[in-house]
Design a protein around this ligand. Structure first.
Ligand code: RFL
Length: 387
């Protein structure tokens, strides 16, 4: 088979890229290792920030992809049971984020791409990429082969694309945040506002995942195995840390230990292969930027590929990696800053650092300049061009 862009992976990155290319009249084929039901039921992220949401507006896809997602209003940070609220969309100059659970986003992107006549192949086993630095790269999979002018590696952190780049051509950065997080998905009423609980019992958070479900995060201590926690223990800890004895419990439908790890690979391209989203970088869930980076990378690449294909202008492709890495590092810094603050503010074993973290937290509620800078990152940014 022949196409212009072969996309490996049908997660948020690959599917966004596929839809934007389709809208731009650039041919593509998407190869996904898993089956459709698996991909459509993978529940992870939940927020499309304002900056990433604009991508879909620009391509006339906003109604279909983000349309009815509730708009974020306030967020709550509760310190030892004492609530404080920030109106981040207003602080960011009227730029709200939207709640769109990742599996809804993926379902809608798949439907939109297929309705537009897109070529999306599920169950593509043993995907391998070849001739990355030659003029005509190709992708093979069990039972098929696709020749393309460009390859997009959108196959997540454990995918095959990044691993196909010679080690000496990449510089990688890994950072373990030294924090243990347990994530629980439950059919429990969502909080009124996204809720972060800072407490001496450990950090906890609760976010809406649709009208009837919540995702909770709980810090656990080194040496603990939270997968052994009973449901009673989990709910008791949540009530304690969120300072809410009346927190309504519900059936727990998912439990996972979340890697509080960051990773960045530089550059994000090699020959005619471009890495997009988690294939190039992972970030902690603190700040909710992982999925948004996947969407913004996809949009930068879609624009660059469109210019290359329609106008023969490869400037955007040459700049792709640098443009995406600026935002990646900006968000890594935000995520680290945020995680450190809400964890250390409750950590009585480090009294000096705890006071620093509390000062940092208080500043958000006392200094409009600090609150605005925070809100700007929540809304999503374009770090702009260097000099
Ligand atoms: P994905 O979503 O991992 O999709 C990659 C796709 O590629 C397929 N694939 C292959 N296909 C063909 N051949 C191969 N060899 C392949 N190997 C893999 C996979 O099956 C899959 O369909 O990466 P993408 O598209 O870059 O999207 C990234 C986001 O999914 C990710 O950043 C977020 O989920 C991270 N994340 C969160 N992000 C947020 O913005 N806000 C959050 O609140 C948030 N919470 C989370 C998260 C990630 C989590 N986990 C489990 C990693 C919570 C969790 C628990």
């Amino acid at each position: 088979d022949e196409t212009t862009v072969a996309i490996i992976g049908a997660g948020p990155a690959g599917l966004t890229l596929a839809n934007l290319l389709q809208r731009s009249g650039v041919d593509c084929v998407v190869l996904e290792a898993r089956d459709r039901a698996y991909v459509e039921n993978r529940q992870r992220a939940g927020i499309i920030d304002h900056h990433a949401g604009r991508i879909f507006e620009e391509y006339g896809l906003a109604d279909r992809i983000v349309g009815d997602g509730p708009v974020e209003t306030l967020m709550e940070i509760r310190t030892d049971g004492v609530p404080r609220f920030l109106d981040t969309p207003a602080l960011a100059g009227g730029r709200p984020s939207r709640l769109v659970p990742q599996q809804m986003l993926v379902r809608r992107l798949i439907a939109a791409f297929l309705d537009g006549g897109g070529d999306l192949r599920f169950d593509a086993a043993d995907v391998a990429v070849h001739d990355l630095t030659g003029p005509r790269p190709r992708v093979t999979y069990r039972g098929g082969e696709v020749h393309a002018a460009y390859l997009a590696g959108c196959d997540g952190f454990h995918g095959v694309s990044r691993r196909s780049i010679p080690a000496e051509a990449l510089r990688t950065y890994s950072f373990d945040h030294g924090i243990g997080w347990f994530s629980v998905l439950a059919d429990a009423p969502p909080p009124r506002y996204p809720l972060m609980g800072v407490s001496r019992h450990g950090f906890a958070a609760q976010f809406a995942r649709g009208p009837y479900a919540s995702r909770f995060y709980l810090q656990y201590q080194p040496g603990e195995d939270p997968r052994q926690w009973t449901d009673e223990h989990t709910w008791a800890q949540l009530r304690l840390r969120l300072g809410d004895p009346d927190l309504v419990a519900g059936p727990i439908t998912g439990r996972e230990v979340v890697d509080m790890r960051s990773f960045v690979a530089e550059p994000m391209d090699h020959g005619r292969l471009f890495l997009v989203g988690d294939a190039a970088h992972i970030i902690t869930p603190m700040g909710a930027k992982g999925m948004n980076l996947a969407l913004t990378d996809a949009s930068v690449l879609a624009r660059a590929l469109t210019a290359a294909v329609h106008q023969g202008d490869e400037t955007g492709l040459r700049e792709y990696s640098a443009v995406c890495l600026r935002r990646t590092w900006d968000y890594q810094e935000f995520s680290r800053w945020y995680a450190e603050m809400v964890h250390e503010a409750g950590d009585e074993s480090q009294p000096f650092r705890r006071r620093l973290a509390l000062a940092r937290l208080d500043r958000l509620f006392t200094s409009p300049a600090a609150a605005t800078a925070f809100a700007d990152l929540m809304a999503g940014t374009d770090p702009g061009q260097p000099d």
